[in-house]
Design a protein around this ligand. Structure first.
Ligand code: URQ
Ligand code: ZN
Ligand code: ZN
Length: 483
């Protein structure tokens, strides 16, 4: 059925305009003033509200098996909670166990995600290497719409990719026209610091940030950037949490290297005092990696988002409830890493980003939707209110308020890292594929309605650019050898 959203202001990453929006059959049919409602169409009066692209969260982990347990949020409840907060698409992660074939892991995750309520896609992690891995990477790109491969530089003795794997995988991704992404923490240093802290008798959650100081993240971010530079591949660094990582990205981008950066809503707003909470459950609930940082890092992250050094925002939504977190009661290295936020991202970023004057509404759309769509090559299907785009939209009331709480959120987790936060500016309606899935507190998502979204490899010009650059200006190490 057609829906005509009347009287709103359409806000895209590039511009805003007073316009009606006509959606039908899951896509946007028309955007413009004074649109006529087709016979039988439902009319939504947006009267003064904003109409924006639905949020895209490029970093979630629904029902992730991790650290001896499984994340409590599943693909249906998580995409439903996301819709309640204005996010209409997630990019989740297939994370093969070492020795697990990438294609088998991909099929397993596709099975789990059948229940998703809104659209989704997958990054695939390269956590080990043998001859099957580059083959499966090729099949995933050529046949399954995967255009991004993740590398955890942390989590030694589990899913950590060492430099050998990084080099082999980055080169294979380049052949395929896929984007390399990294979790940038030096896993060897984390392991050493964890053992030293435990030996010194520090076993509580306060040990978590001590084992992963900003230098551990800054080193890995810079190493990944240099590897990408020498190998001639673009790079996307997930969940940058500290000044050191942002400085590494700013330097590389300033030298013309194609490096993208993501920041989590949590890292922009929550600081490391949470780990010194007397109550184990509260401190443990905030254990995620990289950890929440001292306040000065938040200012650096906001500046980087404003400056365009960081392009996307995400949540790393990876939920574990109190009994699961208690697995690390005697040893902080056993606390499952992860926090929630997929329902709150858009609203906390509007309140602390736009209401504070840090971001314009257009920059908000770029940071919460359009940039992720462009970087992961699904724009303008996603990330814009324009004819032909998927009808994933929010009607946003900048004056409506919400008090965030685990007591009222839709996320399947017994804790909220933004507990008690008052925000002004919320989605009053969310549409997914042209259907109303959220309206004034009424969540109407349907299990299985979500679609898997193919993400094509990057256009040929990407490869041409890379090859041209490599030919014209051999990587430094080759140039030195040539001289
Ligand atoms: O590292 C990640 O991104 C996953 C395993 C979620 N957990 C976390 O602490 N960030
Ligand atoms: Zn990570
Ligand atoms: Zn993650």
């Amino acid at each position: 059925m057609a829906i005509l959203i009347r009287g709103g202001t359409v806000v895209n990453a590039d511009a805003s305009q007073r316009a009606d929006v006509l959606v039908e059959g899951g896509t946007i049919k028309a955007v413009g003033p004074g649109l006529a409602a087709p016979a039988g169409a439902e009319t939504l009066d947006a009267g003064g509200a904003l109409v924006m692209p639905g949020g895209i969260d490029p970093h979630t982990h629904m029902e992730l098996p991790f650290m001896g347990t499984v994340a409590s949020e599943d693909f249906f409840s998580g995409t439903s909670a996301a819709a309640a907060g204005g996010t209409t698409m997630i990019i989740d992660f297939v994370i093969p166990n070492p020795q697990e074939k990438l294609l088998e892991a991909y099929r397993k995750w596709r099975g789990w995600s059948q229940k998703a309520a809104t659209d989704y896609s997958f990054h695939v992690a390269v956590t080990w290497w043998d001859d099957s891995v580059p083959k499966d990477m090729g099949t995933l790109v050529e046949k399954h719409g995967v255009n991004s491969f993740k590398h955890f530089m942390a989590y030694k003795n589990a899913i950590m990719a060492d430099d050998e794997i990084l080099v082999k995988s980055f080169l294979r991704a380049r052949e395929l026209g896929a984007l390399c992404t990294v979790h940038a923490e030096n896993g060897e240093l984390v392991f050493h610091l964890q053992q030293a802290l435990l030996k010194a008798g520090i076993t509580g959650p306060e040990g978590h940030p001590l084992s992963r100081p900003p230098a551990v993240e800054g080193e890995a971010a810079n190493r990944a950037i240099r590897l990408a530079q020498v190998l001639g591949v673009p790079l996307y660094i997930v969940h940058n949490s500290c000044r050191e990582a942002v400085e590494a990205i700013a330097r590389a981008r300033g030298e013309g290297q194609r490096v993208f950066g993501e920041v989590l809503a949590g890292h922009l707003l929550v600081d490391d005092s949470v780990y010194r909470h007397q109550d184990f459950a509260t401190a443990a609930a905030h254990v995620m990696s990289p950890p929440f940082r001292p306040k000065e890092h938040q200012a650096a992250l906001w500046r980087a988002l404003q400056a365009g050094t960081l392009q996307t925002t995400a949540t790393d939504h990876c939920c574990f409830c109190a009994p699961q977190k208690a697995m690390g009661r005697e040893d902080f290295t056993r606390i499952p890493n992860g926090t929630g936020g997929v329902e709150d991202r858009m609203q906390v970023l509007w309140h602390h980003g736009v209401n504070s004057g840090r971001l314009t509404p257009n920059e908000f759309v770029a940071a919460t939707s359009a940039n992720a769509a462009k970087i992961f090559n699904i724009y303008p299907r996603k990330g814009v209110v324009a004819p032909g785009a998927d009808a994933d939209l929010v009607v946003w009331d900048p004056k409506k308020t919400r008090r965030i709480s685990a007591k009222t959120h839709h996320q399947k987790i017994d804790f909220n890292i933004f507990e008690g936060m008052e925000v002004e500016g919320v989605n009053v309606v969310t549409l997914s594929q042209g259907k109303i899935v959220w309206r004034d507190g009424d969540l109407r998502t349907e299990k299985g309605a979500g679609r898997y979204i193919d993400r094509p490899p990057f256009p040929a010009y990407y490869q041409a650019l890379l090859q041209k650059a490599a030919l014209e200006r051999p990587a430094p190490v080759l140039r030195d050898a040539a001289e």
